[in-house]
Design a protein around this ligand. Structure first.
Ligand code: FES
Length: 153
């Protein structure tokens, strides 16, 4: 092990991470901070289940090392909304049945929340392209697109 110390902010709380230099941001969030809303699907950048925001931009946290995030601001699904105060996207996913098993949902919503701040075309195809890094094995795609469009349009 090669220990490193990294100061970063997670969901507006300052953290001092003392981790092995090889620790992924995903494992740090789940194992060290117990923020288990962020999911591990493939662990190699293929599925999007681990999507979080780094300084407002979406990132696959399985592909990123904590050691790279000195001074960064990380937002996870726990920082986006709460059960009592859902983010509009969370409410829209519920309203449109934008999930089945739910395993990909945190990543889908974090990706969609970042998409709202990015240049993106107006059609369903544009939204599908912008969300193409987030895989849903249940195939809830049409409802996911409907939920995103409700919030964005
Ligand atoms: Fe990170 Fe699949 S767990 S992309």
């Amino acid at each position: 092990d090669v220990p490193v110390t990294v100061r970063l902010t997670v969901n507006d709380v300052a953290q001092e991470a003392r981790v092995d230099v090889r620790t992924s941001l995903l494992d740090y969030l789940r194992e060290n901070l117990r923020l288990t809303g962020t999911k591990k699907g493939c662990d190699h950048g293929q599925c999007g289940a681990c999507t979080v925001h780094v300084n407002g931009r979406r990132v696959n946290s399985c592909l990123s090392l904590v050691a790279m995030h000195e001074g960064d601001s990380i937002t996870t699904i726990e920082g986006l909304g709460t059960p009592d105060r859902l983010h509009p996207l969370q409410a829209a996913f519920v309203a449109h049945d934008g999930l089945q098993c739910g395993y990909c949902t945190s990543g889908q919503i974090m990706s969609a929340a970042a998409l709202l701040t990015e240049p993106c075309g107006r059609t369903d195809a544009d939204v599908k392209e912008a969300m193409s890094g987030n895989i849903c094995r249940c195939g809830a795609y049409s409802n996911i697109v409907a939920a995103i469009r409700q919030v964005r349009d």
